[in-house]
Design a protein around this ligand. Structure first.
Ligand code: GMT
Length: 375
């Protein structure tokens, strides 16, 4: 197949899923055309069968706000026509699904056709999509898609109820390359973080309010009252300064290590004992899956699709959203019981490999493409 993929190219789960999907499709012999405003950051190396088409956005002075959605439509039209795409797969509804719909309508007027599939990832449905300025458009664009997938059962249900949609939505979970994300020994880095063999908590995110990164610092404070521990925070975003301020206020500035944005997470995750994900909303939790695949148990809030990923009291623990006392208690339960910790670590790795491995999930996308194309 010749498949066009549109996604946000920056750090973030939907861009990662779209890029890794495109790479695997290319590896399986399909031709993949990425259409976005910048090269997806996981595509920096040449990959056979992958092509990149950059959307040019005009800075014409009359347009006080850039018209990205329209420029994207034009680029989609160009790529569909000249590369003879069979299918367009857009990740994150806003504005990608609307741009794809518009491209489809224009092609229809010219006597040709393209099918497009929209994958819903998270805040496109649970947060920004619900804003009055977007809601009717998101609802329309989902209904007008030839196929729709959601990354968890939770997100599918939320879409159907919040937007009063009756469309079939296929659930296809996030996936992981368990040969890349695997337990590795990185003694030098571990010694650097925890020179006195302290236990290590870790969290990675884009530091948006929805991630509640400050809860991870509050959990560390509670854990440290019982055992020596450190917290690694990876990523950057709007809440980072507040988190730095909080760690100083709690006199934890030496114990909270801010690493900023990092590539090669697979080499860093394994040094940790526990991954924390206290999010307020999380449709799947790709970064928690990455940790599990490295054998790191996850303690999370009970929101969104997290209970579909984490098996409570088996691969990790799930607590009420914002209940940092309970999350700290769970962390201590694992950190002070080696037998239990090893059991959880093994289960986490096994679940990642047996349920969410890319070799199992990518074929689900291919099957879905074939179904939509044959309708
Ligand atoms: O919604 C976001 O936070 C952005 C989105 C993205 O584009 O990075 O992340 C979502 O998509 C990921 C990949 O499908 C999921 O694993 C994340 O759980 C989801 N984030 C949220 O729901 C907050």
């Amino acid at each position: 197949m010749k498949i066009g993929i549109t996604c946000y190219p920056t750090y973030g789960g939907s861009g990662v899923v779209a890029t890794e999907l495109g790479k695997e499709l290319a590896h399986l012999g399909h031709e993949v055309h990425f259409i976005s405003y910048a090269l997806p950051h996981r595509l920096i190396n040449f990959v056979e069968n992958i092509f990149y088409h950059e959307v040019e956005v005009s800075n014409y002075p009359l347009f006080e706000h850039q018209l990205y959605g329209l420029a994207l439509t034009s680029k989609m039209l160009e790529v569909i026509e000249y590369e003879k795409l069979d299918l367009l797969h857009v990740h994150y509804a806003i504005p990608h699904a609307t741009s794809a719909y518009l491209a489809k309508q224009i092609l229809d007027k010219n006597g040709s056709d393209i099918k497009f599939i929209t994958t819903l990832h998270g805040t496109d449905i649970t947060l920004v999509g619900l804003e009055p300025s977007f809601l009717p458009l998101v609802k329309f664009s989902i209904e007008a898609s030839d196929g729709v997938t959601a990354v968890s059962r939770f997100l599918k249900e939320k879409t159907l109820t919040n937007y009063h949609i009756e469309k079939d939505i296929e659930v296809i979970n996030n996936f992981i390359d368990s040969e890349i994300y695997k337990p590795v020994c990185n003694e030098q880095f571990k010694k650097h973080i925890a020179p006195k063999n302290e236990k290590i908590l870790i969290h990675t995110s884009n530091f948006r309010p929805v991630k509640r990164v400050s809860d991870t610092i509050k959990i560390l404070e509670k854990v440290k009252k019982k055992i020596p521990a450190k917290l690694i925070l990876i990523g950057d975003g709007p809440d980072r300064s507040e988190c730095e301020r909080l760690s100083r206020e709690l006199k934890l500035e030496k114990d909270v290590i801010f690493l900023g944005k990092q590539d090669g997470l697979e080499n860093l995750l394994s040094v940790a004992d526990i991954f924390l994900m206290p999010s307020q909303s999380e449709s799947f939790g790709l970064s928690a899956l990455e940790a599990m695949s490295c054998g790191v148990p996850v303690i999370s809030s009970s929101v969104g699709g997290l209970p579909e990923l984490i098996v409570h009291n088996n691969t990790g623990f799930i607590a009420e959203f914002a209940d940092v006392d309970r999350m700290a208690k769970y962390a201590l339960e694992l950190l002070t019981n080696k037998k239990k910790f090893d059991f959880f670590s093994k289960n986490s790795r096994e679940r990642a490999e047996k349920v969410f491995e890319k070799k199992l999930i990518v074929p689900q996308y291919i099957k879905y493409y074939e179904k939509i194309l044959s309708e």
